[in-house]
Design a protein around this ligand. Structure first.
Ligand code: AHR
Length: 345
């Protein structure tokens, strides 16, 4: 382990953070008593010290995000050898930049953050590099030109998720003998400029390009939240432009859109507008089971263990891959029962 602050310093930091908690969005994750899983540092390697990790989560905008935070908090517990400094950026890039600077000044062993958007990280990541603190991107990625400024990425393949949506639509239209029909698609986008939004749009567009009869007739921003998506869908409906397919880039937005559609008396699913959603949270999977949502493209938020194992390797001085991807599945009425009972988020 290359960089280590002593435990006593961590507790000093804890004290300071707790004192500041009334005016700043910091908190420190305290240990829980659940069983260890996955690959963690051995007691010998710990040598009485904990690996301090500063984690700036981008917010708590969705069910997915909350599950992701929980997964990280579970994996980076003190029993596993970690001291987690958790920061919630509340959807603001400037908050994330401030948090990263604060982690640098606290000389943590490792910085983890989920970048709200892809651009704008060069300066702060150069500061982390100068301080020789490894940086891991969690869930979302940054501009490819800045690839040298982080050590590794742990998360989901957003472009593949977008392709999965397009591939499902291909098989859906084929199954209904609609391959040649004009298909009008409305898209509800997540946070503009985020790798989740860009990746999913790009992946879907790759499949759309092969189908000259598929047309995106409406695009609106829902920022990955239910409230904004509901408003966006109401605007789409007011515009009067008809559509056959709704592609909504996360479940929370889908809930908002479904509310607006139902209030307007427009059916979805098997007998109405085909709905494609992303994330596969339990609440949405139930709607897949009921036939209200046609397909849910999984985005797995339980990346905490994988993250912990990558940090452990870095601390041991081992080489790590530039990217580690979670496995994502696709859920329709045909297979949703396999997972719905055990879904924890
Ligand atoms: O980056 C992952 C996306 O962000 C999830 O799809 C969404 O629910 C979250 O807010």
């Amino acid at each position: 382990m290359k960089r280590r602050i002593r435990r006593s310093l961590c507790f000093l930091a804890l004290l300071c953070l707790l004192l500041c908690s009334a005016c700043a969005p910091f908190c420190v994750t305290l240990p829980s008593d659940t069983a260890d899983t996955g690959e963690y540092l051995s007691p010998e390697e710990l040598r009485g010290d904990l690996v301090s990790v500063g984690f700036s989560q981008l917010g708590s905008e969705s069910l997915w995000r909350r599950a992701n935070t929980e997964s990280v908090e579970q994996a980076l517990r003190e029993e596993n050898g970690y001291f987690l400094l958790f920061h919630n950026a509340r959807q603001k890039q400037e908050n994330q930049i401030k948090a990263i600077r604060s982690f640098i000044s606290q000389n943590v062993d490792c910085i983890v953050f989920s970048p709200i958007t892809e651009e704008g990280w060069t300066t702060v990541l150069e500061e982390a590099r100068k301080a020789e603190i490894p940086v891991i991107l969690l869930d979302r990625s940054i501009d490819r030109r800045d690839e040298a400024l982080y050590t590794s990425f742990v998360g989901e393949d957003m472009e593949q998720e977008g392709r999965n949506a397009g591939l499902w639509l291909e098989s859906y239209t084929r199954g209904r003998g609609m391959e040649e029909q004009e298909l009008r698609i409305a898209v509800l986008r997540g946070t503009r400029g985020s790798s989740a939004q860009r990746g999913r749009s790009m992946g879907f567009d790759r499949i759309l390009e092969k189908h000259p009869n598929w047309h995106i007739v409406q695009q609106a921003d829902g920022d990955f939240t239910t409230a904004k998506a509901k408003e966006a869908m109401q605007d789409i409906l007011r515009s009067g432009v008809p559509f056959d397919v709704l592609l909504s880039q996360n479940d929370d937005m889908t809930f908002g859109a479904l509310e607006a559609l139902s209030e307007a008396g427009i059916p979805t699913g098997e007998d109405g507008i085909a709905v494609i959603s992303f994330d596969a949270c339990k609440q949405a999977l139930k709607l897949v089971e009921q036939g209200v949502i046609n397909v849910d493209i999984e985005c797995n938020p339980e990346s905490g263990e994988l993250l912990a194992s990558v940090i452990a390797r870095i601390m041991r001085g081992e080489e790590v891959e530039k990217a580690y991807y979670m496995e994502d599945r696709v859920f329709t009425k045909d297979n949703v029962r396999e997972v719905i009972g055990n879904r924890g988020y």
